[in-house]
Design a protein around this ligand. Sequence first.
Ligand SMILES: [Zn+2]
Ligand SMILES: [Zn+2]
Length: 414
Amino acid sequence: MQQSDHASHQHYALCHQCDIMCELPPIEQAHQAVCPRCHTKLARELTNMRRDTVIYSSCALIMLLLSASFVFIHIKVIGIIDNLRLLSIPTILYEYQYPSLMVLFLLFTLILPICVLIIQLILCSPIRLSKYHKRNLLIAYGKLEHWCMPEIFMAGVLVSFVKLTSYGEIGVDKAFWSFALFIFFYLKSSIDFSPRKFWNEIASNNFIKTNLLSGKTGMSQNIRLCLHCHAMLPAELTHCPRCKCKGTLRQKNSIQWTIALLMTSLMFYLPANIYGIMNTVFLSAESSSTILDGVIYMWQEGDYPVALVIFSASVTIPILKILALSWLCYFVLVTRKKNKDDCLQMNRLYNIVEFIGRWSMIDIFVVSVISALIRNKEMMSVYPDIGAIFFASVVVITMIASQKYDPRLIWDKN
Ligand SMILES: [Zn+2]
Ligand SMILES: [Zn+2]
């Protein structure tokens, strides 16, 4: 255990996953500091962060603009070529009376990633910003980043290719390649961008007037972490002086919120699997297919990898996520004697749930792409079905549930 003097509080970090106080060593270029207890990443050092982020985010925006200007993919059915542009997908979803799917598509794959990239660009560019504007941009960034899913949309497009081969000949066009490059630059710029640096420019993380003890929890030292800007604050301070956001020692009613949201998502999970998610009209005969029908069809056709991807993303991941979060709530509420290994396992489980949960959205993107492409009115058309809305709700609600769960409760002694 080591003690700090007041002047060097910047070299301390309170782990946001397990609440342990860590003293940060000098970090070398391109290296990162991890929490010794739960192995969560605490800080990184990138000397060219501003320059790299400006380059990557501008490239990403240019690529996205290009991918919106050209044909994305095409399908050739009995000699007739149907082209699909990226922006036709939301228009078609709206025409099919599915505005909710249109909104999800626009938000998750286009609007939010554009906002996130513009925020990164503004913050890293030489534009002089007031503290007030910087603060608002950083808070918006923290809230939006989690909901950007362009890479999941791309995976959905690839899966729909396999499904579409039974309808006709699929080809990719210019916009497809620019969208792939957009994802590359988008991921690169998100990995390089570090909000911590900008928060420290607004005000240094020096709000505690006592010595910090590394190796002890924040709670035992009466210190809380601001979850928005990662400032270390006295536990009784409700408003963070750096980001002006409200907060408490632990997220308020975290377990109650998580359980309530899990129960809601379970109510949606059943209809999501019972009702069809896709409607196929072939020579005016209509048939609806559920998620499982799709998996069975793919399996029978011999597309085993795709059948497995859809089965795990759409059937197993949502239910496993609900079970895992329930287990995490049970662990916090019931377990009395917590040993370090159990806590570490639970922490790992939480990280997996956080990472993997959003990938369930893949099936919604598959349905969107297929119904946008197969719309030959006389011969065959594919529409989204009501199950798709239930399914999208399950994914969104479980994502909120895992955000409401406060992983520091895993480590707290009962
Ligand atoms: Zn930790
Ligand atoms: Zn704050």
